[in-house]
Ligand binder design. Structure first.
Ligand SMILES: Nc1nc2c(ncn2[C@@H]2O[C@H](COP(=O)(O)OP(=O)(O)OP(=O)(O)O)[C@@H](O)[C@H]2O)c(=O)[nH]1
Ligand SMILES: [Mg+2]
Length: 376
């Protein structure tokens, strides 16, 4: 779940000043009116002196919330159906029905994990844990093995189960989004902008991908769709300077969140990776603590290569969180377990489609449950 650490007193003034830079958003894309609409559309935050109405509302909201949760879970299960077919259903078929545990069964489990891209190291680790249980005679048949395997998979993900928290003491809270070409950075930014906006936060975007033709326009389209201002310059401009301008602008307007896009880069190209260091350094001139989050976007369909990418980005700029995209398009969602086991980095969000609502905060138990949701 998304959580926000609220400032002691939330500012009341809406941004009104025009941005100085002509390349910055026009007043028509200012968030003021949308911010008003959003806060008035959030009954949970409404203050009322009538306690009864309050209680009635919260009971109704609790039911709504539960239904929404159930709906989300069903959607998640169907979105990651390729992974659940290969991993969850595959393991279910192998294990359920109180079969005897033998070498062949253990080998089949191993193969199933490897096929779902759990990775050799993580698979060995999990198989080792199961072998311990068998030796201790704690696991006597395949049903027990199945339950234990689910537990081990959940435990593997637990270091990454750290929800994204926006600390509103930072004004703005800056998220720098990095990753290789086509990983889904810009799409994830669009989805995040919508999500934060729904939570009543003033969001600004920085079009820091000045490298790829049409990258600026792509972000602007997301901005226009959601009525979120986008600070941009022309293609070929200095990325660090665009992001610097955006941070200055976000500060002066009192934005809650600034999300900065960057160019996709090969993780093994030193000069491009150096550019990212510059972006971080330049931001530090305005706010020593910025960026508050360096969100690395990884494409799940790239499998084990995602781990190599993460290690490189981590070494250069220090990744603080991950968004793993395209889990809808692959049977290899098992890579999440490998990523978590190897990197121990928080997985903040998972992308399960191209639409704006196809982004979910990552919850380890929910993910494992969704993987095994079809298993009876
Ligand atoms: N199926 C699916 N497609 C996605 C998801 N996230 C992004 N995409 C698609 O992946 C493609 C690349 O996404 P972008 O957001 O442009 O990727 P990028 O990292 O910004 O790419 P560059 O700017 O070229 O570095 C687009 O066609 C997106 O629609 C996802 O979760 N699921
Ligand atoms: Mg992009």
């Amino acid at each position: 779940m998304l959580r926000f650490l609220k400032r002691g007193s939330k500012k009341t003034s809406e941004p009104t000043a025009e941005l100085a830079n002509s390349s910055e958003p026009t007043s028509s894309s200012e968030p003021a009116s949308s911010a008003e609409t959003i806060s008035s559309a959030e009954p949970a935050n409404a203050e009322t002196s009538n306690g009864e109405v309050d209680n009635a509302l919260s009971a109704e909201q609790a039911v709504d919330q539960e239904q929404a949760q159930h709906g989300f879970f069903k959607r998640l299960s169907s979105k990651i159906s390729k992974t659940s077919n290969s991993l969850g259903d595959g393991l279910g078929r192998l294990l359920l029905g109180k079969k005897e545990i033998d070498e062949e069964l253990l080998e089949d489990i191993e193969t199933q994990l490897l096929m779902a891209d759990v990775g050799i190291d993580t698979t060995n680790f999990i198989m080792g844990k199961l072998a311990e249980g068998i030796e201790r005679e704690a696991l006597l048949d395949s049903d027990a093995l199945y339950e234990q395997l689910k537990k081990e998979l959940q435990a593997t993900l637990s270091p990454s189960d750290q929800p994204f928290v926006i600390d509103c003491n930072h004004e703005p809270y800056v998220i720098l989004v990095v990753g290789v070409n086509g990983a889904g950075k810009t799409t994830t930014i669009g989805k995040l902008a919508k999500r934060f906006q729904k939570e009543g936060l003033d969001v600004m975007l920085a079009a820091g991908d000045t490298y790829r033709a049409a990258a600026v326009e792509q972000l602007q389209v997301w901005g226009e769709r959601n009525n979120v201002p986008v600070v941009a310059q022309h293609t070929g401009a200095d990325s660090a300077s665009v992001i610097f301008d955006a941070l200055q602008s976000a500060k002066s307007k009192g934005a809650d969140v600034l999300i900065a896009d960057t160019a996709g880069r090969l993780h093994n190209k030193d000069n491009l990776m150096e550019e990212l260091k510059k972006v971080v350094r330049v931001m530090g001139k305005i706010d020593a603590a910025a960026p508050q989050e360096i969100l690395l976007v990884l494409d799940a369909t790239t499998g084990q290569n995602a781990i190599a990418q993460a290690e490189q980005f981590q070494a250069i700029v220090g990744v603080t969180g991950l968004a793993i995209t395209k889990l809808d398009g692959t049977a290899k969602g098992g890579v999440l377990f490998a990523i978590s086991e190897r990197l121990k980095l928080p997985i903040r969000f998972i992308g399960v489609g191209e639409q704006v609502d196809d982004l979910r905060p990552f919850d380890a138990n929910e993910f494992v449950d969704a993987v095994f949701s079809n298993v009876k």
